[in-house]
Design a protein around this ligand. Sequence first.
Ligand code: TRP
Length: 444
Amino acid sequence: MNEAPREQWGSRLGFILAAVGSAVGLGNMWRFPYFAAENGGAAFVFLYIFMVALVGIPIMLAEFAIGRGAKKSPIQALAHFGGRRWKPLGVLFVAGGFLILSYYAVIAGWTLRYLWNALITGFAGDPAAFFGQVSTGGDAVAWHLLFMVITITIVAGGIRGGIERSAIILMPLLFLIVLGLAVFASTLDGAGAGYAFYLTTDFREIFSLDVLSEATSQAFFSLSLGMGAMLTYSSYLSRDDNMPREAVIIAGSDFLIAFLAGLMVFPLIFALGLSEQLSGSTIGALFIGLPNAFAEMGAVGRPVGVLFFFALFVGALTSAISLLEVVVAAIIDTVRWPRRKAALIMGVLITLAGIPSAFDITVLGVVDQIAGNLFLVFGALCLAIFVGWVMPDPIAELRRGGERVAWLPLWYGFIRYVVPPLLLLVLYFTVRATFEMIVGLFGG
Ligand code: TRP
């Protein structure tokens, strides 16, 4: 029925950078450093690497096997290998992308707003009061809207002309900025205290199932797994990519940036910022502690602030693009709208859905817990079962690249027998945390 040939990435590098662009985002710069600092420091970092290797890379390969194998968007791809009864999972993926983007774009709007301030006025006055003023209400909606306009424009431009092109320009730039700022931060007086706050090891913390399950859902969020984003991106590949190698490169780059983000953020805050803000909220440190640090820094504060918020914005943008692409690809495949129409209409609906989050940070937190944690763990569990037990011969699909990858049989055994029970356990803890959060809201 669909006569237009399916879009494809222009190059292997383009695909990798777009996938890294999806992975690297606010999750790296904002969630990861704080989880690490609060949950055992360097010990958490090792636990995280372990979980990325144990479940992150296997689930990424599962998504690649389905996406590249079917060359379809999530709903159709699941039906392709598993029959109609798997369509609801695809619908859940699309709903997840929709919901995650709705609040993600609100936070991304703040990054744009702060970038604007860094460029035009600098940061003066009371940073906490400023954050309170711009993070909710009309201001937040305005910047959220602007951010969505940029995202929609790029997705409307298509795989090669929009998504790939922006990733090829933006991702190397992002990496250089984060690296440069981390090196700069190491020269500051507070660097030692910042590193200590970030990495001081506490092994007791990591031997808790709560921390284990947080590390797992953080790995899914950071690697964009569990809702079909990597599945969708891999559906635009030609057959000859070596998927296991790409998965390791993508996961490794994502970890590297998350780790560097911690090395950048904490020394800056401990040198000049309001380190008391750290315990209060994780968002607070980025949007309150750092602007304060930039204001205190004198002449260098302005360029450093501009670079920092530019990097945050770029990370958020390339991630938001992938979230919108999941929804748009599904609409193109099912309703058969042209790409531009799908991007515009779905983008507008997602923007509207984000307005409650822009008015109330509690709503933002709840949607994050449900769509950004719970859905992903559940989605990843279903993906493991699907690829391990339903899809015919996923190993053959992953071997199409030609190279023999010795560990693929190991991967398959893992995805069948180890990942599902592990994720069931994580799911239990995630459901419990979600429940507690909701009860806490009503119980006061
Ligand atoms: N990985 C991105 C980040 O770390 C967010 C993101 C983009 C995402 N696409 C996703 C999260 C798909 C879950 C699923 O900020």
